[in-house]
Design a protein around this ligand. Structure first.
Ligand code: SF4
Length: 121
């Protein structure tokens, strides 16, 4: 079992669209299941010191973005941080729809695909 400090960090975008909600929930699930330790991307984008210290600590890092705009990745780029692996959910067929939640079945399928790729990190 990896200690908390050895686990990769996970960040996700977060927003109103179905894709952003799925990205955030997938990151929460990775955290809950002990695959990675989630930290808050809003603090990284907002230059909040303790959260920037975590983000720039050099740990392996998984980043989930809901669409091609890659907001979470852009927040990290402000601090010169490049994730170990970056997932754009649109490449998994996830649609970005406003005012709707995502399909739970699709989220399960995407989670399984993420795990397969994360396990090779
Ligand atoms: S990456 Fe796309 S889905 Fe995520 S917050 Fe940015 S615009 Fe929204």
């Amino acid at each position: 079992m990896q200690s908390a400090k050895e686990k990769p960090l996970v960040y996700s975008c977060s927003g109103c669209s179905s894709a952003a909600q799925m990205a955030n929930d997938l990151a929460l699930k990775l955290n809950r299941q002990g695959v990675a330790e989630m930290s808050c991307i809003a603090g990284v984008g907002g230059h909040v010191k303790p959260l920037v210290v975590t983000a720039t600590s050099g740990r392996r890092m998984i980043v989930l973005d809901g669409c091609v705009l890659a907001c979470a990745k852009a927040c990290l780029q402000q601090h010169g941080v490049v994730p170990t692996v970056h997932f754009n959910l649109s490449k998994f067929g996830v649609k970005k729809v406003k005012n709707e939640t995502y399909c739970p079945q699709q989220s399960e399928e995407v989670y399984d695909q993420l795990l397969q790729q994360i396990n090779t990190l």
